[in-house]
Design a binder for this molecule. Sequence first.
Ligand code: ZN
Length: 446
Amino acid sequence: MQDFYRYVEDHSREYIPELQRLLREPSISSNTVGISTTVSLLEKIMRRMGCEVHQIVIQDSKPFLFAEIGEGERSILFYNHYDVQPVEPLNHWDSGPFMAEVKNGHIYARGAADNKGNLFARLAAVETYLKVNGRLPCRVKFLLEGEEEVGSPHIEAFVRRHAEMLNADLCFWESGTVNQDGRPFLSFGMKGLAYLEMRCRTLPSDIHSSWAPIIDNPAWRLLYALSSIRDESGELTIDGLADHIETISEEEKQRVAEIDFDFRFYRDLYKLRDFLNPSDEQLLLQRYFFSPTSNISGIHSGYTKAETKTVIPHEAWANLDFRLVPHMSPELVVGLLRSHLNRRNFHDVDLTLKCGLAPYRCQPKREILDNVAVASREVFHGEPIFVPMLAASGPMHYVCSPHRLPVISFSIAHPGSQIHAPNENIRIQDLLRGIMFIGRILEIFS
Ligand SMILES: [Zn+2]
C-alpha cells in the first residue's frame, strides 16, 4: 500500500481540478441545470478507468449510473449521489456556491461534502489503484443516483428491476463525518424516515374571531393533536409505538459507551443552552442512535404578518419528520398515528405520508471491521469510531436489503462541513485521506 499512499501524496494537486469541474455543475435535484453535464463527466471518468457503465432512467427519473470494474470472487458496492441541495440563502455564501473556490486548505461549493467530494474520492481511489497496481484486487461496483436529496423517488423501481446488479460482499455508503481530530465515524445502518403532513381544516374560509367562544379553531386543534404525540422530554407517546422499539442490548450499550463523541463541540457549534432532556451523556448517545423521533419541520396557520388581524383561520397544517429505528416502517407509524388520533377524536386531522424510507442495519463481520481499523490507523492515524447507525436517513434499505448487504457508511465531511447550508466545504486533507482509505479498503477484499 505504501506505493499507493505515496502516489496520492505526490499527485495531491492533480485531483483538485477534476473535482472542481464536477462541483461547478449545479445538479440541484429539484431542477435540471447541470444534470446532463454532471452525468457525462462522471461517465467519462468511469470509462477512462475502464468501467463498463450503464445509464439507466426509470420513468422520468434523473439518470442512475451503474458501473462495474475488476475481477475476482469478492465485490464491493459503492453507493453515492451526484445531485445536491438548493443553495439559498445565496447572500450567506462567502463565494459563489458553484465557484468551487479553494481557500485555506478547503474547497467551498454546494455538494463538496454532500456528496460529490465523497463520490470523487471513491472514483479517484479506484483509478489511482489501477495506475499504481495495474489491476484491482476485487470487483468494484458503483451505483450513482441523481435524486437522493429529494427522497430517491425512483430507487425502489430501479432496485425492483436491477436487484441482481447490487449483489456484493459489502456496501460502502456515503454519509457521516470524520471527528474533530480527523478520525472517521463509521456506521452500519441508517434510521428510516416518515415525512408526513398533518392538516386540520374546520371551516371553508377564515371568519371573524368573535366566533371563537363557540367555533373551534383548527390551529388549536392541530396543536392539541401534535402535543399528544410527544412529551416535553422528546419521548414519543403514540399508542403502541414503544412496542416496536428494540431494547438496547448490553453489548450495544457498551459499544455506545466507547464512542468518543464530543458533546461540548456540538453545544458550542449550535450555541445551545443544553441538549434535550440532558440526563447524562451516555443516555443522550443511546437516544441519538436508537430512539425514534418526531420533529416538526414546519407549521402554518392563519395570519402571520406583523400587523393585527383578528381571525379564525380555516385550516392549519404541519410537516413532520419521524426518524425510524429498525423494525419500524413508515406505514406502521402512519397507521399507529391514525388510530392514536382517532382514539382522541381528532378525526378532523388528516395525515398524508409524503415520503417514506425504511430503516436498515447490517453490521459487517468482525474480520472486516478489524481490517477497516487497520486502514484507519494507517490513513487517519487513529482508531475508527464505529457507531451502530446513522441518525439520518437515506435509501439504504432499498439498495442493501435485496441481498442483505453488510454496510459501512463513511464520509470525508468534517464537523464544520456545513452540509445543506451556505459555505459547504471539505478539507483537502480529508479528501486525500478519503482516497487513501478507500484504496486500502479495496485491498481488504483481495
Ligand atoms: Zn444531503
